[in-house]
Design a protein around this ligand. Structure first.
Ligand code: RIB
Ligand code: CA
Length: 324
């Protein structure tokens, strides 16, 4: 089976780390590059989290990490450190000699898609700042991207950082709207509500089973995700949330998707009350669709994909302190 070439654009913490692991270790994935965008936690910590994730998979230095936009297009950066801590779970490694790619993430997105037009699939699991800037710099960029899978918004449902807005669209709503208007040929969206809450949230017993798999990956998973499940349960979400890795998994394993539909998706950019809120107009409204929104996935099969991945025996390239 030909592997699927992907670029992961990420604000690396918690579920982003799990997504990078899936991109490195799933047999269907061919991870070509990681591009970093301002989002979850402090930018330099996100970059460190990305290298730490490569390391635990035994792949440190094998996938280029490109530093991207350190703040949203217009807005001040909004942190999710209350949700994730610093996203490292207290893990650390010697970073001597660990280098980021010298090329900016936006330049890398433009170059890689120019070198392989129509071949690369972008997995956008943070605010869409890098993708928006790439689009403004080169209006032909969207046409060169085979597919764009976005974790963002809610499908006429609850937000998470505010009652109406999901975090990725909230942090940079202008970037989200630029991307949604850009004409990417194949856009898939995995929203927070309902599909993450219904089908990509692992209740405590399921979560504990993943943590107990006895591999370095499982111990890493637990250290990365413990802070977030504690937060989630404190705000009434019944478990460990994994929208980002689902956003990649639905591309690698399309049989996971049990229901999806074409929608016109737009993001609120003017109202302080509903900043970042996504409106997802279904066919009733007769608007030209700009995305396929995932509505339901096979939760058990998705869990099984992550369980199989975390069961893999890997040897970290460098020792990781705090893992035991
Ligand atoms: O709202 C969920 C998104 O915000 C995910 O990408 C997760 O990483 C959090 O940052
Ligand atoms: Ca993310």
């Amino acid at each position: 089976m030909a592997r699927i070439p992907i670029i992961i654009d990420t604000d690396t913490a918690q579920d982003d780390c799990v997504t990078i692991l899936l991109g490195l270790l799933d047999p269907a994935a061919d991870l070509r590059a990681i591009t970093m965008v301002a989002g979850n936690v402090g930018f330099d910590q996100q970059v460190a989290n990305a290298h730490l994730t490569l390391n635990v998979a035994g792949r440190l230095g094998e996938v280029p990490v490109h530093v991207g936009c350190r703040q949203p297009v217009l807005r001040e950066w909004s942190s999710a450190e209350d949700v994730h801590g610093d996203g490292s779970g207290g893990l650390a490694m010697d970073v001597t000699g660990v280098h980021n790619a010298s090329e900016h993430a936006v330049d890398a997105l433009l170059r890689l898609t120019a070198e392989a037009p129509g071949e690369l699939n972008i997995i956008a699991i943070g605010p869409l700042t890098n993708l928006a800037v790439a689009t403004v710099m080169d209006r032909t960029f969207p046409s060169r991207v085979k597919s764009l899978s976005i974790m963002g918004g809610s499908n006429n449902g609850r937000g998470n950082i505010t009652p109406s807005a999901e975090f990725n669209f909230y942090v940079d709503p202008e970037a989200a709207q630029i991307v949604l208007d850009a004409g990417f040929p194949d856009v898939r969206i995995v929203p927070w509500d309902p599909v993450t809450l219904n089908d990509a949230t692992f209740a405590r017993p399921q979560y504990d089973r993943l943590c107990a798999l006895g591999t370095p990956l499982a111990r890493f998973f637990q250290r990365m995700c413990d802070a977030t499940i504690d937060y989630d349960e404190s705000v009434g979400v019944d478990g460990s949330t994994h929208p980002d890795s689902l956003t990649l998994a639905q591309l690698l394993h399309p049989e996971l998707v049990l229901a999806s539909a074409a929608y016109r998706v737009d993001v609120e950019t003017t109202s302080p009350l509903t900043r970042g809120m996504s409106t997802m107009a279904w066919d009733k409204f007769g608007l030209a669709p700009n995305a396929t929104v995932v509505e339901k996935v096979d939760a058990a099969a998705f869990y099984g994909i992550l369980e199989a991945m975390l069961s893999r025996q890997t040897t970290p390239v460098r020792p990781i302190s705090g893992m035991n």
